[in-house]
Ligand binder design. Sequence first.
Ligand code: MN
Length: 202
Amino acid sequence: MAFELPELGYAYDALEPNIDARTMEIHHSKHHQGYTNNLNNAIAGTDLEGKSIEDILTNLDMSNAAVRNNGGGFYNHSLFWTVMNPEDRGYLSGELKDAIEAEFGSKEAFIDAFSKAAATQFGSGWAWLCVHKGGKVEVCSTPNQDNPLMPGVTCGGTPILGLDVWEHAYYLNYQNRRPDYIEAFFKVINWNEVERRYAAAK
Ligand code: MN
């Protein structure tokens, strides 16, 4: 059973003006489709075929560049689409709010820490909010398509919020203004989904 490009769950223009429709369309239908196809090609006929993406990444041989890059790309974007939503976003609340305040002191301090991780990731990569077993949360960033599930990646735990800071994620609308894109991301976060992921992973 090959991996399939997941549906967005909303229209390409649904996140306007924060994330523009053209960027969303190219990002989903070209970039994410490309990672999906290349992942399927990379695992075809190997013992990775048929395993879940989480299983593949958690037990990854990091020297396997094709699976590292494309498996990461498949997983990261699949998460990314779900943690944004044009409506029914909810707000930071409940156990996740408690965990964030315990770690960072306040929601605002968390936003600062996450934004800094996203802004200072040199070149292409991702910023993450992760949860460890027991519920402790952590902010970090990873290069390229690496993610916290992979062995030996700086941050550990399960990613529950991710922001793509590759230029392909923002360049059409924001050009070199990555900080403006990061600020816009916080206007479209689907907190209901982040809380669901927190509860499932903690
Ligand atoms: Mn991307």
